[in-house]
Design a protein around this ligand. Structure first.
Ligand code: NAD
Length: 309
């Protein structure tokens, strides 16, 4: 199958890698030659790392022989079965690319956007209705199994089923969101937890360090093996009802960005990318990213061996 990824920034290379590992021919297109060179290097390094950890037994050189980069969108998409758009979250830029895609893609190409938040099929209702929808990959996309496929009123269910199967065959775990909703599913759930964590921290109930331990040593530790609804079943729904009755009214329901975050942003303390956020980081942020990736790859091995089915 011919897969085209548009955009070679944070997300594009990892998305391209998913389809390469699934045995497809992949073209990555970007307006910047340097971005394509950097993205190609990232894919090769990541494949090599995955091969060294036994996550793939496919030969890296063979996989890379199925990969091309192009600056010409027209040339890239002329035989595309599936296009994944991963360019910046700027409406004007997306609009121009969609106009080009409409002109250059075959009529039956499925076109998805990796947008994190924009209701694109609503903003561009005349762009390939039925065949254009959202497929939201998680960062880093070559590692995190989940992909959110977000339908809209016009989405052709057969195209959704087709994409779901293609992704599953590439080793992903797609889920379908039946209507466009702000934040889709993952960002809504993560944001709900972040709001409560920030609230408890601001009230001085618990330290940042201990809040993060709550995730790694309990919530995340268990969540990798059991879902929210399974967890409720394990607890017992009568016990859940009793606890919710007491806890729900006490939870944070603020609708503004917490002061701790706005203050940090004002001070330029943006997290890993600026060397300081809630915690401080070494100057070479690459070191931290590699460490994080190594941990996630161990988790992926467990997921593939035990959890996936
Ligand atoms: N960064 C994340 O963690 C993340 C996670 C999930 C979804 N997303 C979404 O994915 C999309 C891409 O995000 P990103 O973080 O990879 O962006 P990015 O800014 O890192 O990369 C975008 C790339 O697109 C290229 N580009 C710009 N205009 C182009 C054009 N007209 N044609 C071709 N290429 C063009 C840029 O040169 C750049 O290399 C966004 O919609 C974003 O919301 C991002």
């Amino acid at each position: 199958m011919n897969i085209v990824v548009i955009g070679s920034g944070v997300m594009g290379p990892g998305i391209a890698q998913v389809f390469l590992m699934g045995g497809h021919h992949v073209i990555m297109s970007d307006i910047k030659v340097e971005a394509l060179a950097e993205g190609t290097k990232e894919i090769r390094n990541s494949l090599t790392l995955m091969a060294s950890k036994g996550i793939t037994n496919q030969d890296v050189t063979t996989l890379m022989s199925n990969f091309q980069t192009m600056t010409s969108l027209e040339e890239a998409v002329k035989d595309a079965d599936l296009v994944i758009e991963a360019i910046p979250e700027v409406i004007n830029i997306k609009q121009k690319v969609y106009e080009d895609l409409d002109q250059f893609c075959p009529k039956d190409t499925v076109i998805v956007s990796n947008t994190s938040a924009l209701p694109l099929p609503e903003i561009f209702p005349h762009f390939r209705p039925g065949s254009f929808f959202v497929a939201h990959f998680m960062n880093p996309p070559q590692i995190i199994p989940l992909v959110e496929i977000v339908k809209n009123d016009k989405t052709n269910p057969e195209k959704v089923a087709w994409l779901r199967e293609v992704l599953e065959k590439c080793g992903k775990k797609p889920i379908v969101i039946n209507q466009f909703i702000k934040g889709f599913l993952i960002n809504r759930m993560q944001t709900a937890m972040a709001r409560e964590a920030l609230y408890l921290y601001e009230k001085g109930v618990v330290s940042l360090e201990d809040l993060d331990v709550a995730n790694t040593a309990c919530i995340g530790f268990k969540s990798a093996w059991q879902g929210t609804f399974e967890t409720m079943d394990y607890i017992g729904l009568d016990t859940c009802a009793f606890a919710y009755n007491i806890i729900f009214p006490d939870l944070c329901n603020d609708t503004t960005v917490p002061a701790t975050v706005t203050q940090k942003v004002k001070e330029g303390k943006l997290g890993l990318k600026s060397g300081e956020g809630f915690f401080t980081y070494p100057e070479d942020s690459n070191e931290v990213s590699m460490q994080r990736q190594a941990g996630l790859l161990e988790q992926l091995k467990l997921f593939n061996d035990y959890i996936k089915e």
